[in-house]
Design a protein around this ligand. Structure first.
Ligand SMILES: [Zn+2]
Length: 162
């Protein structure tokens, strides 16, 4: 990939990045693959930048673990199953399996290849799922806000911490 990529890898090696991890993050645009949050914009975002297994570790151990420590033929597929995501999206997605959705065809078959096209489609499904959960949680946040505001309207806030 050239000198500039090598230079980048060299700079990040100090912080434990492998070349594969650097490439994965570059491909993802240095943002949460699911919600698009830029992960280098603040310390908190950077700190809560996580690796998500697109296909959950619990159900697909063959695609889990450190790609660097895998046998050569499994390394690529294991790397492909990883994406950089923000903590919130990772928590929302949890061990949900985008390969197993009622009414939709299975994309990856155990023992078969795990290709870039499969990866893309599984990421797309995960985005839809996470977006739905975010929308539901957003409604919960709005209702919670309104409940507190109604209370505060009758009990003016006095902060005893100052
Ligand atoms: Zn996110």
């Amino acid at each position: 990939m050239g000198d500039s990529f090598d230079k980048l890898c060299e700079a990040l090696a100090e912080f434990g990045w492998s070349a594969g991890a650097v490439k994965q993050v570059l491909d993802g645009g240095i943002q949460c693959i699911y919600c698009g949050k830029p992960m280098l914009q603040s310390f908190d975002d950077f700190r809560l930048w996580e690796n998500d297994h697109i296909l959950p570790k619990s159900k697909y151990p063959e695609l889990a673990g450190d790609p660097e420590k895998k046998k050569e033929e499994e390394e690529e597929a294991t790397r492909r199953n990883l994406v950089g995501a923000c903590r919130v999206c990772n928590l929302l997605k949890s061990s949900w399996d985008p390969n197993n959705i009622e009414g939709e065809p299975e994309i990856y078959t155990k023992g078969g290849d795990f290709t870039d096209d499969m990866r893309r489609e599984l990421i797309r499904r995960s985005r839809v799922y996470i977006h739905k959960l975010r929308t539901r949680k957003m409604a919960e946040l709005n209702d919670t806000r309104r409940a507190f505001e109604a209370y505060w309207a009758e009990h003016p806030r006095v902060c005893d911490c100052q």
